[in-house]
Design a protein around this ligand. Structure first.
Ligand code: G1P
Length: 275
């Protein structure tokens, strides 16, 4: 059974400088909630309450966010502001949080391997908080957990992207075995459009079986000279079975300013019933 969700959160967020000079990019607010909190809420909805965070230097605000602030609680006790704290209080009382630091930024595969000490020998989910997923019914990760329970193999979330954008994503190739569900035969990290076999791009939701750690340990650096999770999952696909799933819902690339603003408008309209 899946219990743990890993959040790689050591990256610098240079696209948001100077906002991210002293503040982790995962703490940038979408309306009134930090990005990473949306990810944690999605994990909880999927039944995963053991949150594992791969953190780094300058990221302590994340730990403080998922902890009790006695001074603040004292200050707002009995006031109308208490309602704003309800969600985060629920999260803190229903989850555990563990942290480890990635000392050097050497790619997503390396970040996930750094999290092995928090995960151990069990299947786990990964959420990249930069990719904010919304849906009108079940959350993206929850949809993937149901599939995992049926298939017991690694699963990546995918979506169609415009053909001229393949160089920004991991791209999969495979056979569609059910509507929106592919058995992966190949994966390429950030191919140029002319080298991309499809326009099916991996987005930041993964369920991984723990044999992934040994595979990453033995990987050579890939695209951009980094240890790529895409290469490790491709290896799993060649040894056995990996699925790629077009989830129901919408994804915002909050690693870009444009996606971040779109997500902000979308969530604001959802909250205020406008538009
Ligand atoms: C990472 C992965 C890539 C994936 C993307 C989704 O890239 O390496 O395969 O498509 O996340 O957001 P990054 O955006 O960190 O460059």
């Amino acid at each position: 059974m899946l219990k743990k969700c890993l959040f790689p959160a050591a990256g610098y967020g240079t696209r948001f400088l100077p906002a991210t000079k002293a503040m982790p990019k995962e703490m940038l607010p979408i309306v009134n909630k930090p990005l990473i909190q949306y990810g944690v809420e999605e994990a909880i909805e999927a039944g995963l309450s053991q949150i594992a965070i791969v953190s780094g230097r300058g990221k302590r605000a994340i730990e403080d966010h998922f902890d009790i602030s006695y001074e603040l609680e004292h200050q707002i006790a009995g006031s109308s502001k208490e309602v704003l704290m309800e969600d985060i209080r629920d999260i803190i009382s229903n989850c555990t949080f563990s942290y480890t630091r990635q000392l050097e930024i050497k790619g997503l595969g390396h970040a996930i391997l750094t999290g092995e000490t928090l995960i151990g020998n069990e299947p786990f989910a990964v959420i990249l908080a930069d990719d904010l997923c919304t849906s009108s019914d079940e959350g993206a990760l929850s949809q993937m957990v149901s599939l995992y329970n049926q298939h017991q193999c690694s699963i990546v979330a995918i979506e169609d992207v415009p053909e001229d954008q393949t160089q920004n994503y991991g791209i999969i190739e495979g056979e569609e075995i059910e509507d929106g569900l592919f058995k992966v035969s190949n994966m390429i990290e950030k191919p140029a459009p002319e080298d991309a076999p499809t326009n099916l791009a991996i987005i930041g939701r993964y369920i991984l079986t723990p044999d992934i750690f040994d595979i990453i340990r033995n990987l050579k650096p890939g695209a951009g000279g980094e240890i790529q999770i895409t290469d490790a999952i491709c290896e799993q696909a060649k040894q056995g079975k990996v699925l790629a799933y077009k989830f129901r819902g919408r994804r915002f690339d909050c690693g870009s300013i444009e996606g971040y603003v779109e997500a902000t408008n979308h969530i604001f309209q959802k909250q205020h019933g406008a538009g």
